[in-house]
Design a binder for this molecule. Structure first.
Ligand code: AQP
Length: 327
């Protein structure tokens, strides 16, 4: 039996090259080696207020982006989290074995709650729901960007705690991070990770941005006061541009060093912009084709949910039995 892989993205904001290089690109790379479930985690999205019509549209957009990136729906299940009620059911049972202190320590909770006037309790519970998403399918591998590594550690802790309280129930999953561009930084501020919810005009390159916009955003990227690329002494902005180029091109460290050392920043940015545009153009073309057929997209999501629901229901049944709940 193939090891199961689970990962997902929130249907919020515009997916950017950080989401692509940190997660989506790896999903495509490993999709035929494992039994993969790729989820659109809409229940996570509502931990902060979402306009209902916009959320509905976003769910379909993300599904189309998965397909445009090259996820093969014949071999992988693409599904929406709220279409499988077992996610919320397991989440409650895991909440009951998760100490509050574990959740309060999460850096993403601290950062996101600092931006809100009133903090919904769902924001605090977010990592437990994420643990439920993963443990529900007994996933052995979870490919994510580095920003999610702490949540994955928590998932492992929750699984181990449940297993020690109630007997071996969950596979304890491993995190899989990309080797290059595991954390793509904001182009306007390379000390912050590139994020869908950031508001800066030149912060991110969206996967659906037109070439002109991509060029403008990258040409305005923050660098440092050196005149040209000097890798050992480069600041975070230059390192970020080089890793974006490296991740899209597949070049080795040596090739990057040879190609870029001594290059002026304007020329570096031009090369990065053209590399990103070359990769995103065919991707965007596929996206337009997929979204032209809404019935096809709806069928993929329906089939995905139908395929994974029995696995999820089995796990919930076992968990209920282990906990002594009525089944
Ligand atoms: N900057 C990043 N570099 C590398 N990987 C990243 N990911 C996110 N940002 C970067 C990875 O993308 C996947 C999906 O992320 P998500 O939709 O669950 O939300 P997130 O991690 O909270 O991403 P954002 O873009 O920062 O969204 P907001 O602003 O809504 O919180 C994950 O695998 C993540 O690691």
């Amino acid at each position: 039996m193939r090891t199961r892989v689970f990962s997902g993205m929130q249907p919020t904001g515009n997916l950017h090259i950080g989401n692509y290089l940190g997660a989506l690109k790896n999903w495509v790379r490993i999709q035929h080696d494992y039994e993969c479930i790729f989820c659109i985690v809409d229940l996570h999205a509502v931990t902060v207020y979402q306009d209902p019509a916009a959320l509905r549209a976003k769910i379909l957009e993300i599904a189309a982006l998965y397909l445009a990136a090259g996820i093969d729906p014949k071999d992988c299940s693409i599904m929406v989290q709220s279409a499988v009620p077992a996610h919320t059911e397991l989440s409650w049972m895991l909440t009951c074995v998760t100490p509050l202190g574990w959740l309060e320590r999460m850096t993403q909770f601290k950062a996101k709650s600092a931006k809100q006037e009133s903090i919904g309790s769902g924001l605090l519970q977010y990592p437990v729901l994420m643990a439920a998403d993963i443990l529900l399918y007994q996933a052995g591998i979870v490919p994510v960007g580095e920003d999610q590594a702490q949540h994955l550690e928590l998932t492992r802790d929750i699984a181990q705690r449940f297993n020690s309280l109630y007997g071996d129930t969950f596979v304890v999953p491993n995190t899989s991070l990309p080797t290059v561009a595991a954390r793509v930084m904001g182009l306007d501020d390379p000390t912050q990770k590139m994020s869908k919810s950031a508001t800066g005009l030149n912060h991110a390159v969206g996967l659906l941005d037109p070439p002109d916009k991509i060029r403008k955003t990258i040409m305005r990227a923050t660098t440092d006061s050196n005149p040209a690329v000097d890798i050992p002494n480069a600041g975070p902005g230059v390192i970020n541009l080089l890793s974006i180029y490296q991740a899209f091109s597949g070049a080795t460290d040596e090739e990057i060093k040879a190609q870029f050392t001594g290059l002026r920043y304007g020329d570096l940015k031009k090369l990065v912009a053209e590399m990103v545009i070359t990769h995103l153009e065919p991707f965007q073309q596929r996206y337009r084709e997929i979204t032209a057929d809404p019935a096809y997209l709806a069928a993929i999501l329906r089939e995905g949910a139908e395929r994974v629901a029995p696995i999820a229901n089995d796990t919930v049944h076992t968990v209920k039995q282990r906990m002594g709940l009525y089944t």
